[in-house]
Design a protein around this ligand. Sequence first.
Ligand SMILES: [Zn+2]
Ligand SMILES: [Zn+2]
Length: 366
Amino acid sequence: MIHRRKQRTTSQERSDLFDGLPDDIILSILSRLCSTARCPSDFVNILFTCKRLNRLGLHPLVLSKSGSKTFAIGAKNWSEQAHRFMKRCVAAGSVEACYTLGMIRFYCLQNRGSGASLMAKAAIRSHAQSLYSLAVIQFNGSGGSKNQKDLRAGFALCGRAAYLGHVDAIRELGHCLQDGYGVRRNTAEGRRLLVQASARELASALRAVAPSALHVLKRQLRNKRESNSNSSNLSLLSDFGLNNLNLPSEAHPVNRFLTEWFGLFNPDSGSDTGIRMCSNSGCGRPETRRNEFRRCSACGTVNYCSRACQAQDWKMRHKGECSPVAAAVVDALVMNNLDGGGDGFDDAVVDDRTDEVEGVGGGPSE
Ligand SMILES: [Zn+2]
Ligand SMILES: [Zn+2]
C-alpha cells in the first residue's frame, strides 16, 4: 500500500516537472529536434506523445527549423496528410520544406509553376540545393520547350550555388567555363573549378570515413603545389593517384523520393516513347519533354539532366560500362597525357555539353 502510494507520488512529481517547464524551453528543444531529425518518425512520434507536445511541436517556430530528413518519406508513403504537413512547414518559413515540396510538385505532381516558385522562395534565402535545381531547370528549359532554355540564367544560378559551396554546382560551372556554355569561355578557370569540386567531394568523403587521411592528402597537395609553383598548369586529383576513387556523395532525400516515385508511377519507363530518367542513380530527375536530356556521346545508351550528373555517374559506374571505342580513345589520351593534367577520362567522354539527342551525335569531343 505504502509502496503504491510512493509510486503514485513519483509519477505525480514527474508530470509536475514536465508541466512546470516553460513553453519556451520545450519549443527550443523541439526546434533542435526538428532540424536534426534523421528520419520523419524521429519528429512525428513526438507529436503523438501528448496534447502539449502536439500543440508545441506544430508551432511555426519549430516547423520553420525543419531539416531535409524531416521530410525523407518514401514515395509509396506520399499522402494528402504528408502534403499538408509540408505545406504547414512552408507556411512556417522552412527552406527545406520549400525545396522538397518544390521538387515534388515540379517533377512528380507536374505542377511546374508552383514547384518552381517554391524553389525560388528557398533560393532567395540562399538555399544552395534550390539554386542548383533551378539552374538545371533553366539549362534544360524543363517544363517548357527546347527554345525556353536560358543558359545565362542557368549559369548565374549555378554561380550563386557554387559560391555557397554546392559541389555539383561548382562542377557544372567548371564545365560551362571550359566549354563556353552560357558564359565566355575560360578554360583555366573552368579547370580550377573542376579541381575544386573534386577536392571538396574527396574531403567530405574522407571526413566521413577517415579523418586522418585528410591530413595526408592536404600535405600531399601542399608539396605538389610547392613543386609546381613556377608552372601555371593546374593539376587534377588524378595527379595524386586519386582518379579511381569511387566515393558516392550523399544525395538529398528528395532525390531518393523522385527515384522511388518514378520507379512506382512512371508507366512509360523503359519504353521507346517514354520520358527517360537521369541515368545517374542518385539524381531521380525525369525528363519533362521527350529528348530533353543529353546523352553519352560515346555509347548513346545513358542520359543525364546535367553535366554534374554525367561526371558523377562516369566516375561511379558508366566508365566501366561505356563502349570499348570510348575506353580506347580515353586510354590513348591518358597514355599520351594530351591534356597535361592526366584526367583524360572526364575531359574526353563526359565533356560534351552540346550532345543532345536532337543535336548531332558523334564521339568524344576531344
Ligand atoms: Zn541528374
Ligand atoms: Zn557511354
